[in-house]
Design a protein around this ligand. Sequence first.
Ligand code: GAL
Length: 308
Amino acid sequence: MPDAKGELADVVLGFDDVTGYESDANQYFGCTTGRVCNRIANARFTLGDETYELHANDGPHSLHGGGASSLDKVIWRAMPLEVDNGQAVRFRYKSRDGEEGYPGNLAVAVTYTLTEANQLRIEYRATTDETTPVNLTNHAYFNLAGAGSETVLNHELQLHADKYTPVDGTLIPTGELADVSGTVLDFRAPHVIGARIAELGEGTGAGYDHNFVLNGKAGDIRPVAVLKDPASGRTLTVHTDQPGIQFYSGNFLKGQTGRDGKDYPHRSAVCLETQHFPDSIHHDSFPSILLQPDERYSHTCIYAFSAE
Ligand code: GAL
């Protein structure tokens, strides 16, 4: 993406080729996560009389769809699309009944459009033949100074969220919707990410990794987050119709080597994952993630880039 002077930087983390994506260095870089993103407590859930067992890949919990055939690990079919205002590609995948333990045959399509106005528009659609939970997101990691920059703690962030979903020590929501006011999670006015992060601890895993309850009406596409690198002026504005966003400050990044031989240290990139709330399947008070056979799952996320 260009900065204010037109200087280009590659602002997403990634690898040179597919072997990088298949390796342990890949922590969901740029993928679609699902069938259910983030965590499902104890890797199981019940629908009616039936209990469904998932892969526990995060301690006792299921993370980002589970095991070897979660949506980030399977081969999708891709086809280019004709659009008026940019370039587009549609990815399709049919997840069969029982895959990763989930019920129902799920047909998923994700369309990416890069517009002339430097917006990356991601549109998710899914249908099922049995009631099943669905919560998809994109897991791109951004550093607006350029992927491989030492830190993202110098970026400013604004989140249009009055509340968040507190979690236990294993990152499972307690079910509460808590006010951000008076906490390090208050990003209603822009804050430098590093300014208060020490209060969340140090070391692997510590930092921002929270689901924010977005203001405004879920279902309406609205601006929800603004990320800015003050040095370059590059700015990313996120728009979505989802009820939540996971702000993750790259706390598990481990210095792995990515594209062009660059290293990706701890907290050197952020994810802004538009989504339904984590572990919604176990919380009746959260908006439902159940998709019924007569419905269509629909989710829009727009990553809009500019330079100031
Ligand atoms: C994030 C999640 C983190 C971590 C990361 C992958 O979406 O919130 O806790 O699991 O993915 O390393």
